[in-house]
Structure formats: C-alpha cells, structure tokens
Write a protein that binds this ligand. Structure first.
Ligand code: AMP
Length: 315
C-alpha cells in the first residue's frame, strides 16, 4: 500500500527515530534517505520524488532535516539559516515521505562537538573545501551519523552540490558503507537560477547579478565541442562581465573525482563555479561533453584549486 498523502511520522529524538525506524519492515521494501538542512524547495522536492520512486510502493522515504553546525565556518550564516519546519513537513507529506527526523543539536551531538570526525581527504581541500575550511569534514561526519541512525538501503543527493556528492560516494567506497548513493539533476527556477534555500536572502538586484552564474555555465557548455579550455574561457568571460559578482572559482573537472580535466581531454566533465552576490554564496555546475581541445591550454594557476583541480579559480 502506498503511504502517499499520509502525514509522515515526525521524530525529534534519536529514541523516537529508533522506534519509528524499527517499525519499518525491511521485507516490505527499501528505506530511502534524503538528508537535508530543511527550508525545502523545488530542488529538495525532486529528491523526495526520486526517493519515493526508488523506495517503490512498499518501501519508505525517510527525510532528515538538520542544520549541521559542524559544516558552517565562523562568520557564515548558521544563525540566520532559514528554518521552516511546518512547510517542510507539508512538502514531505505531499511527496509521500514516511518518516521525518528533525533532531535538536543535542540529540545529534549529545557529547557536544565530536572528537572523532570524518577526514574528507584531498578532494575535501579544494574548491568548496578551500573556500569553506572544515566544510566537507562537517558534511561527511553528519552524513555518516545519519546513515547509521536511519540505516537506509539508498541515500539520495543533489547534483547541485557536486563536490559533496563526489565525496559522499568516496566515503561510501573507502569506508565500505552498505548503502547505495543516487543523485538527482539540478533543479532551476524559470529564470535559470538553481533553487537554493539561500536564494531567499537575495534582493531583486542581487538575483539579477546571481543570474550571471547560470548564464556563464550555459556559455561554457555551448563551447564544449571546442574542448575544456574554450569552455572555461567562455564561462570566465561571462562571469568577469558582472563586476558585482565576486567569483570564488570556476573550473572544468571530472565529476566523479573532482580531479583535473587535462588540456585536450575529451568526454564528460563538469563545469563548476561558486560566487557571491550581495553577500549570498551561490554554487552551481553544468555537465559538459568535451570534444578534444583544439587550443590545448589549461586555465590559469591558483592555489585554491591546486591538487585534484584542473582549471583554476579567478577572484
Ligand atoms: P541542503 O538542504 O541544501 O543541504 O540540500 C539537501 C540536498 O538537496 C543536497 O543533496 C543538495 O544537493 C540537494 N539540492 C539542493 N538544491 C538543489 C537543486 N536546486 N537541485 C537539485 N538538488 C538540490
């Protein structure tokens, strides 16, 4: 029987979660987890629907809603991060979720800040990891805890956070975790901006500036037949044309490893970028199918993307 349109069970404590989780019969169908920080939007909704499909009519979708302080740096938006639990629960209900785990800080970290955390390795130090030190250690630590607490067969992540997705896959492989990782393409608003809980911080003027981001990615994608250097140059040109956008990085990488795409290399790759518009941080990316590079030269050099990164950042 489908659980569609039935309100999900809300577990606040880990004891409530354990009881609700134990009541899910594994013979009925798989448990599929969607980890989120709440303030759910159309991007999350797509994840919920994908999870519903993966769970099948007899399986269960579990959603976690937790704003994880471990992944916020000093001066970031932890305190003002949007919290909209009632609306989130309504979306979870209409998407057919069975169980929502929305723990308090002390439920999640009963001993305070954990001494033992996940080391994300070298890929955790570049791009997002360079601009947000400690970010991926915090992300992987909470994801690992959530996987242990909810014990899903499958967990679903968005391709919007492509480096996070790559690192979760890496953690699952390196730590022999018994979970399948599925991903969902980026959901965009009609104007092209990738949906994000942080978009609500944008003024109308900021949003106009932020739209440079998807424009740059599309400009890069349009040059894929000319190779990685052309893709990067086209994206950089568009980003550079908007002085109000503070670009953290733009690069062409291997989507699975976040390793370099070498000059002249052909095949699928990812054009990734991050920037700030009016103090709001935006990250976005676009898959590109590269043909061999005609003018085989890489991007310029920058320590932010040194290591596994190929083409470099511009500030
Ligand atoms: P967050 O609540 O921001 O931590 O995101 C929870 C999950 O939703 C992550 O796996 C994100 O990658 C995914 N997600 C967020 N925004 C989007 C989007 N616009 N399209 C697809 N997935 C998204």
């Amino acid at each position: 029987m489908s659980d569609r349109a039935v309100s999900p069970h809300l577990a606040i404590t880990r004891a409530e979660l354990a009881a609700a989780r134990a009541a899910l019969d594994p013979r009925a169908g798989p448990v599929v987890l969607v980890p989120t920080m709440g303030a759910l939007h159309a991007g999350h909704e797509r994840l919920l629907h994908a999870a519903r499909t993966l769970a099948g009519p007899e399986g269960s979708v579990v959603v976690s809603i937790f704003v994880n302080p471990l992944q916020f740096g000093p001066g970031e938006d932890l305190d003002r991060y949007p919290r909209t639990l009632d609306e989130d629960l309504a979306m979870c209900a209409s998407a057919g979720a069975r169980l929502v785990f929305a723990p308090s800080l002390t439920e999640m970290y009963p001993g305070g800040k954990p001494d033992v955390t996940v080391d994300p390795g070298p890929v955790g130090q570049v791009f997002e990891g360079h601009f947000r030190p400690g970010f991926f250690g915090g992300v992987l630590t909470v994801v690992l805890k959530l996987l242990h607490l909810t014990r899903p067969a499958t967990a679903v992540f968005g391709q919007k956070d492509a480096q996070q997705l790559a690192l979760v896959r890496r953690m699952v492989a390196d730590m022999d975790l018994d979970v399948a990782i599925e991903s969902v393409p980026i959901v965009r608003d009609a104007d092209g901006l990738a949906t994000s809980s942080r978009n609500r911080y944008l003024s109308a003027a900021d949003r106009a500036v932020a739209l440079t981001m998807p424009r740059a990615l599309r400009a890069g994608e349009a040059r894929a037949a000319e190779g990685a250097a052309a893709v990067l140059a086209a994206a950089q040109e568009v980003l550079g044309g908007e002085p109000a956008l503070a670009v953290d990085y733009v690069a062409v990488v291997d989507a699975r490893t976040f390793g370099p795409v070498r000059p002249g290399e052909a095949g699928p790759a990812l054009l990734v970028a991050a920037a700030r518009a009016g103090g709001t941080r935006l990250i976005d990316n676009m898959p590109v199918l590269l043909a061999a590079d005609t003018a085989a030269e890489g991007g310029s050099h920058d320590p932010a993307t040194e290591g596994p990164a190929g083409h470099a950042a511009h500030h």
